[in-house]
Design a protein around this ligand. Structure first.
Ligand SMILES: [Zn+2]
Length: 549
């Protein structure tokens, strides 16, 4: 057999000596020793010299927000800012521009350790232009007075259940906006109308002009190109509304999805039964090109930094307060039973251990009602897990969809305030990848981009070098092989495509990546590894040699 593309002179994880990979059409047709590959070369074969780069299965980011990620490429990333001086410097060139100034990836210590941002502090830095700063977790944002006034919420607003426009003693909003519904009140003033965030909250845009629609598709296309540059060939997009489903279906139809995208439809407690039914119907739409549905997404809680994570014990210093679940148990169980009955996969955000328990209860109810099946329901994040619930994950066949870049102290995140809000006695129960892997459950890794940086190299490195926050806290680091599996095969399993992708084997889809540098540096402080080539479905999407010339 002749190859359309033959990668030669590569390094493979499980082979010594130079490796070659042959691709014909959309499939891998041959993997073996380089010296045996000559017979695959015909007149039409494109031979790529890997120059000793590692050849790996394409990465699968199992939890991502494509639309918001694409929009974030045009916003200001504040991830490296930890003082008001640095913030003032970063914002100075933009302080006099037009429209809402949108920033993202801000840490909670944006103004310095121990200082929670508020509108007064932001007014000092940007007094006139409306300013909106989304926290790195995308569950909180801060706005200056001009932005609050422009949004008409300076005197407060009811943002609905679980969300809050935080009010000060002076009867005016402090500038802190907790959870999407509150954040959206200001974000809708942005150039994108905030449409990129609506699917996260399960909301729909009202009127969208043809130009806006085109711009939105351009943002999604930019996100997909960014994925390809990072060696990502498949993503689970976690914020489907009907609008984004329309956009992606149109793009899939037009061949404008270079990588594999699955879209989960967002269900909320605030939606009516009819609305939820319509979203579940949409989730049952057939695959189109690189687009898959088949999944619904819910939120059981928020995050620790805003005390919206739902836990099994009281928050430190707040006796009697454990946070609240975003679904009453009966409603959550009823939705799980219905989604499961329809053969849909359920993915639920659960950060606190109380939320994880509530989600497992719902999945167990679905299994009890409908009988066991290969459902692969998922839990997203699992920042804290009660040890009693650890064995339930594997027992229910649940996929743990986790993000190695999320633990405080990882990937540039500060430790505080998160680790104090979690409480030292619970540190042993946080981000327990190692414990979950050892329990026999499947891990699927991702970044939650734009919540965290998109780079799989950064995320894999974070999983390998994570440091325990104190002596006696279990070591949750994973090996390179384990992380790579969670970043490719785990994601394929979570997408019911483990026979199609996630491995470098003949018969699998030709989704692969070449990485230049040393894989071993992934367990060191500064990884020396870059993507030099990305192929999805047999098509070269990114070639550093081409992009540099
Ligand atoms: Zn997310």
């Amino acid at each position: 057999m002749l190859a359309d593309i033959l990668i030669r002179n590569a390094r493979g994880l499980d082979r010594s000596g130079p490796v070659a990979v042959g691709v014909a059409g959309a499939q891998i047709v041959w993997v073996g020793a380089d010296e045996d590959a000559a017979t695959l070369v015909g007149n039409e074969t494109r031979v790529i010299d890997a120059e000793g780069a590692w050849v790996l299965p394409g990465f699968c980011d199992s939890h991502i927000h494509l639309f918001a990620g694409g929009a974030s490429l045009a916003q200001l990333n504040l991830g490296a800012i930890h003082s008001s001086d640095a913030l003032a410097q970063a914002l100075a060139p933009h302080a006099r521009g037009e429209g809402l100034l949108c920033c993202y990836a801000a840490n909670y210590d944006l103004l310095g350790p121990g200082t929670r941002p508020d509108r007064a502090a932001l007014d000092q830095i940007v007094p006139d232009r409306p300013l909106y700063i989304a926290a790195t977790d995308y569950h909180c944002a801060w706005a200056n007075t001009a932005a609050l006034a422009a949004a008409g919420i300076l005197h407060g607003a009811d943002a609905g259940p679980g969300a809050e426009v935080v009010m000060g003693r002076d009867g005016l909003a402090t500038g802190e906006l907790r959870e999407f519904a509150a954040m959206a009140l200001v974000k809708r003033l942005s150039a994108t109308g905030g449409r990129e965030d609506l699917g996260i909250a399960g909301a729909e845009p009202s009127v969208v002009s043809v130009e806006e629609r085109t711009r939105d598709k351009t943002a999604i296309a930019a996100a997909l190109a960014e994925c390809a540059r990072n060696g990502i060939t498949a993503v689970a997009n976690m914020d489907g509304n009907l609008y984004q489903a329309d956009l992606l279906e149109e793009m899939a139809e037009a061949g404008e999805l270079p990588i594999r995208v699955s879209l989960a439809m967002t269900l909320t407690a605030a939606q009516s039964d009819d609305e939820r039914r319509a979203l579940m119907n949409r989730a049952m739409h057939p695959a189109r090109g690189h687009l898959r549905f088949g999944r619904v997404k819910m939120f059981m809680d928020g995050v620790f930094d805003t005390w919206t994570a739902f836990r099994t014990d009281d928050y430190p210093g707040r006796p009697g307060f454990r946070g609240e679940p975003l679904f009453p148990p009966d409603l959550f169980a009823a939705i799980c039973v219905e989604a499961d009955r329809r053969g849909l996969q359920i993915a639920t955000h659960a950060v606190g251990d109380g939320a994880v328990r509530a989600v497992l209860d719902g999945y167990a109810a679905a299994r009890a009602a409908n009988g066991p099946r290969d459902s692969r329901h998922r839990i997203e994040h699992i920042d804290m897990l009660h040890s009693d619930d650890l064995p339930r994950i594997a027992a229910l066949g649940v996929v743990a969809s986790m993000q190695p870049v999320h633990p405080p102290g990882s990937s540039g995140l500060p430790l505080e305030p998160t680790i104090s809000i979690m409480g030292p006695e619970r540190w042993r129960d946080t981000f327990p990848w190692r414990a979950i892997a050892d329990s026999g459950a499947t891990l699927a890794f991702g970044t939650d981009w734009p919540v965290s940086p998109l780079s799989p190299v950064n995320a894999i490195n974070s999983a390998m070098i994570r440091r325990a926050w104190a002596a006696g806290v279990p070591d949750q680091r994973l090996t390179l092989a384990e992380v790579l599996t969670a970043y490719a095969f785990g994601g394929a399993h979570a997408g019911f495509e483990e026979n199609l992708r996630g491995r470098l084997s003949p018969g699998c889809a030709a989704d692969l990546v070449l990485m230049k540098g040393e894989l071993q540096t992934l367990s060191g402080p500064v990884p020396d590894l870059t993507v030099s080539l990305t192929i999805c479905d047999g098509r070269v999407l990114f070639d550093v040699a081409v992009s540099q010339t």
